[in-house]
Ligand binder design. Sequence first.
Ligand SMILES: Nc1ncnc2c1ncn2[C@@H]1O[C@H](COP(=O)(O)OP(=O)(O)OP(=O)(O)O)[C@@H](O)[C@H]1O
Ligand SMILES: [Mg+2]
Length: 251
Amino acid sequence: MSILPKNEPHKPINTPQNFFIYGATMSGKSYLAERFPNPLFINTDGNSLAQTAPSIQIRNVKSPDGKSLSKNVIDQLDAIVTALQNENHSYETVVVDVIDDVCVMIEQAICIEQGVPTLADIGYGKGFSMFNSVLQQLVTDLKALPINVVYISRANKVGEGIQEHEVPSLRTKYYNIVNGNADLVIYTQKIGRKYIRRVTDRRKAYVRDQIKNEKILNVLDNVSGVFEKSTHVTPKEQEEIIKQVEGDKQL
Ligand SMILES: Nc1ncnc2c1ncn2[C@@H]1O[C@H](COP(=O)(O)OP(=O)(O)OP(=O)(O)O)[C@@H](O)[C@H]1O
Ligand SMILES: [Mg+2]
């Protein structure tokens, strides 16, 4: 068979599959992620007891001498990805809650294994490139799965006075690796007693009618700014537009 694809238009992907949710503590990030279809949480902060979705707690565990790790997050993540790729399961979403911690733990695992205090202590930038390749691999592997991927990040306040606003607390260079693959970035806020979710970045203007997955639609309908305003005009609206145009002509 030829390596060249058949010369015919291919169907565009109209349903977002990779999500990035950020917001302050208690703003409803995990709550929103739990609304995605059949989620599996990869948890870092021990908050998973508060939710009902199945979860795997990941952590580095030091060996008794403190010089190496008896449990390593890089191996755990690898095992989870392999299981999701190869086992029969009914998960439709994987949630990384929170990606900030996953990055710190990967960094920690590399440093302990290499016997250095920081990545910078591994010569010639090798520590950083080791880190980048682990994170890049994780993101690429998760993206290749036929399920939704949701990354959760905490938020930091930046700016002062009326300029003050929240941004993802994930460091910019890690954010770029993770977000290069996100279709929608969702910001969560708790204002008074209300939970607000809105899109702050999106790969494209999604069209509601083109999203066939009911469960995803259910989630997206509760987030503002996902969809472009519909260009569909009802017959009644059409009549009103015609009347208006005719009226303008007579003036
Ligand atoms: N839309 C919502 N409607 C009702 N309750 C909500 C909603 N969103 C969140 N909550 C409630 O608010 C609380 C905090 O939500 P959640 O745990 O999702 O926050 P979080 O942003 O993940 O916080 P953390 O950063 O601490 O993990 C929970 O008790 C949750 O049930
Ligand atoms: Mg949470």
